[in-house]
Design a protein around this ligand. Structure first.
Ligand code: PAF
Length: 296
């Protein structure tokens, strides 16, 4: 496994593979866990060369966020990448010129000024800018992103479509702890009590999923159920909502043919955690949708 610390080193490492091998990129900010391992395995199964980038991108952190204390665990990350069969780690000290970049990408408010973006101004502009740079540097055929960051995944898919970027985006399912907590680098901020509380996030999403499958299709009713679960753990969510999974627009009702997803973010102890889950509706219980169902 090669560790490339500069763009020049990375390009040199990839030169023999260009035009010959299928290259996959797994972009990360390090502090790798089983969730990242599953993304690397997915990439490994789809490509000849797997590049894992490890870069804590300052552009996607707000002034009062955790950029300085974001865990940097390079030696452990390197061991995980090696054991998952990554070929190259791209680990630059910085990707931006002195004084910061003067040209960056802007994501439209419809996708970026909602859910996490509403609470983290500029965050998705920073993500889009760095991911676009990583695509330009690595020039992968495919790139794998976790579904835990569903809004990020949606925005990256849209960026690739809008900017005609020649890369296929693959989503990797969220990996969970045994009790359901979504794996996240920020889980290590949780103390014992907060760790116990944190499981309420996935339980709240699961309660909506169960009720939806049983026939509850009004999103306001589903959200009331989820809030009850959160209340038992004294969690006040930053946001809790059900959206169209593709457009991220709010949904009043679950309908066949419209993929719905429940989203949550909450501060638990010292950690800001996010999670999401798809909501399916039971085929037997759905009401006919005049838009999608043909009359006999
Ligand atoms: O999901 C992440 O870890 C980051 O947002 C990403 C995609 C690596 C960009 O910095």
């Amino acid at each position: 496994m090669i560790v490339a610390e500069t763009v020049t080193d990375l390009r040199r490492a990839l030169a023999p593979s260009r035009g010959k091998d299928r290259i996959a990129l797994v972009p990360t900010m390090g502090c790798l866990h089983e969730g990242h391992a599953s993304l690397i395995r997915k990439a490994r199964g789809l490509a000849d060369i797997v590049v894992v980038s490890i870069y804590v991108n300052p552009l996607q952190f707000g002034p009062n966020e955790d950029f300085d204390r974001y865990p940097r665990t390079f030696e452990a990350d390197k061991a995980l990448c090696a054991s998952e069969g990554a070929d190259i780690i791209f680990h630059p000290a910085s990707l931006y010129p002195e004084g910061g970049p003067q040209v960056t990408l802007t994501v439209d408010d419809k996708l970026a000024d909602t859910l996490c973006g509403a609470h983290r101004p500029g965050h998705f502009d920073g993500v889009a800018t760095v991911v676009n740079m990583l695509f330009n540097i690595v020039q992968p055929e495919i790139a794998v992103f976790g579904e835990k960051d569903w809004q990020q995944l949606t925005i990256i898919r849209r960026m690739v479509a809008d900017l005609q970027l020649p890369v296929e985006i693959i989503g990797g399912e969220t990996v969970r702890e045994a009790d359901g907590l979504a794996m996240s680098s920020r889980n290590r901020y949780l103390g014992e009590d907060a760790r116990r509380q944190a499981v309420a996030l996935s339980r709240a999403l699961l309660s909506m999923r169960t009720e939806a499958a049983a026939g509850m299709h009004n999103t306001s009713e589903l959200l009331i159920e989820a809030r009850k679960v959160l209340a038992t753990a004294a969690i006040v969510p930053e946001y809790l909502d059900i959206r169209d999974a593709n457009t991220l627009q709010p949904l009043e009702k679950l309908r066949p043919g419209t993929p719905a997803r429940a989203f949550i973010a909450a501060k638990v102890g010292n950690a800001r955690l996010i999670d999401n889950m798809p909501l399916g509706i039971h085929a037997q219980t759905h009401e006919p949708d005049p838009q999608t169902e043909k009359q006999p």
